[in-house]
Design a binder for this molecule. Sequence first.
Ligand code: MRU
Length: 443
Amino acid sequence: MEDMDSRLVRELFDFRKTIRTATFFMDRLLDCLESPVPVSGIRKNPSYPCNPWLNSEPREAGRLRITRYIPAMLVDGKPYRTIWLSDSEPRLVQIIDQRKLPFAFKIADLRATDDAARAIVEMQVRGAGLIGATAAAGMYLAAIEATAETDFEAAIQKRAEFLCEQRPTAVNLRWAVERSLAAILECETNEEKVTAARAMAQTVADEDADFCRRIGQHGMELIREIHNRTGKPVNVLTHCNAGWLAFVDYGSATAPIYAAHDAGIPVHVWVDETRPRNQGARLTAWELGQHGVPHTVVADNVGGHLMQQGMVDLVITGTDRTTFTGDVANKIGTYLKALAADDNGIPFCVALPSSTFDWEIRDGVNGIPIEQRGGDEVTVMSGVPVDRSGPEQEFQIVAEGSPAANFAFDVTPSRLVSKLITERGICDASEDGVHGLFPEKFS
Ligand code: MRU
């Protein structure tokens, strides 16, 4: 028989779910009533810093035009994307400068190819999807610059190569640059080329957000299934930041978590701090907190213990590049989590949009280039004073003279990956599994 406490907890969960559902529908209704006229199928709302709706599918209902839209992730209750093209200034791209988070929320301006390249290499933006979206925006700025040169094609090719050189592991970078280049080179006049580059920058961003939203819908079913089986809140462990900050919106690893949370499925996230740059502690924890998702930050080495003690139901990570055979490159330390998950019979899932697949490399361990970064990321840490009384400061944490090595990524072989969660659905981490969802890539 159910005891009083469990009944109360269950009833509270049910009540919270009812409130959430009612709030969701009221918000949707209010947004519909307030909606300005949709522009090109996408609803514009000038009070937001960027268009927070995507995948809009306008349909006629009598004389009332209703646009289906999806609210974006929130910062202090306001929807944001991580990158957007300014509506008011044609040569301006804006990004959230992630280096300052979680202690300061700053927007940075990109007005030239060099700015986009710097944003990528200095990690104002990071994460596979967002690196791709920034590269596409960089190509738009590059196209504008190339119109001032005598040989447009040579100028754009040079800038495309320059953008690709900025970071080696995330495959979305070259994918976005090549996609943009192809669209630009199809056009006749310089004006058409710039227009095509801008349209492609927008498409890459919209597609990234939409694919992540779909990943959320598919991945949520894994969380729901665990909850239905156990009747308890689902504990998900994640590594690094594969949240909306690493993409344009929603995130890859976090999308199923946000979707589950929004659907009233109780979920709690163990957030690996993710040394050396602490993307888990600084970014993932911040964005989960902004969305109200229960979470706990743990030191990187805690995961194995949590798994042994039955405190993890599911691991979901993102990836910077995944081979078509299912080998997964992700933030350093991911491989160790996969080994621990395997030893404890816990599903280890990887969420990715198709733009993160490498369709050429078969053997990820030997084929995927692993970025090595400066040792100072290991020897120096930064943060604000405990009482928050001052700005962020840096601290040396290693004895003087000790050299440090800094491998930014590792590769988890497909045999340790339970499932891949993509925009088209969930598949085995194998060539056959990936082929089943993306047959056109194999022809
Ligand atoms: O070096 P970073 O911060 O760009 O690291 C990339 C990542 O954010 C992670 O590896 C992430 O988990 C996968 S990319 C969505």
